[in-house]
Design a protein around this ligand. Structure first.
Ligand SMILES: [Zn+2]
Length: 211
């Protein structure tokens, strides 16, 4: 670990993730690097997509993106995840520097099969929060601590967070990263995603400006 990272990592914090491999990843949006991380205290694996030199003193665009198979891969319009991921990659490409931690906690941590069960309840009229509650799951079962540690491990200290989710911001701050600003990441949402976003704003406190 370089000195500058030690300087901004709080003394009480340790890193509980390990970088396993890094490779180049050319994409339709631009040239990125991809790194694979493993948790040292669970089976969780993480992927981070990044571009440019990671410098502790340069405020750098970052995003914690939670895996959404339906949105990221299949282009579902029930949510805005796929569009947000693309937008984040585009912003990083324009800046020439930034990092996206891809956290494999599908469906706010409940897993893909349970997410499909929740979607089935939504087909019958429940909203995203009610559906999770009816299945007996926490509304949001995600934990972002190790995502923040990965950003540290990459060499970052000062971050510009691309997120509308106050919980993610809080996790980054708790981990000791300095949040320089929040970069709103609002995408054009059509129904039914617009309904989903209103629910996220009203029930989960997401910072969204649209009507
Ligand atoms: Zn989604």
């Amino acid at each position: 670990m370089s000195k500058s990272i030690q300087n901004c990592l709080p003394r009480t914090h340790t890193i509980s993730v390990e970088k396993i491999a890094v490779a180049n990843l050319p994409t339709q949006i631009g040239e990125f690097k991809i790194a694979g991380y493993r948790s040292l205290n669970s089976n969780e694996e993480f992927v981070v997509l990044f571009k440019g030199k990671m410098e502790a003193n340069i405020p750098t665009l970052v995003r914690i993106h939670s895996q959404c198979l339906t949105g990221d891969v299949f282009g579902s319009i029930k949510c805005d995840c796929g569009l947000q991921l693309k937008k984040a990659m585009e912003l990083i490409e324009i800046q020439g520097r930034g990092a996206i931690v891809y956290q494999q906690q599908e469906g706010r941590g409940i897993g893909i099969i349970n997410k499909i069960r929740a979607y089935a309840l939504q087909d019958d009229g429940a909203d995203t929060v009610e559906a999770n509650e009816r299945l007996g799951f926490a509304i949001d079962a995600r934990n972002y601590q190790q995502c923040a540690e990965i950003l540290f491990d990459l060499g970052l200290c000062k971050v510009r967070v691309m997120s509308n989710n106050p919980d993610k911001m809080e996790a980054l701050e708790k981990a000791g990263l300095q949040i320089i600003d929040r970069v709103p990441i609002e995408v054009e949402a059509q129904e039914p995603a617009a309904h989903y976003l209103r629910t996220k704003r009203e029930k989960l406190g997401h910072l969204l400006d649209f009507n």
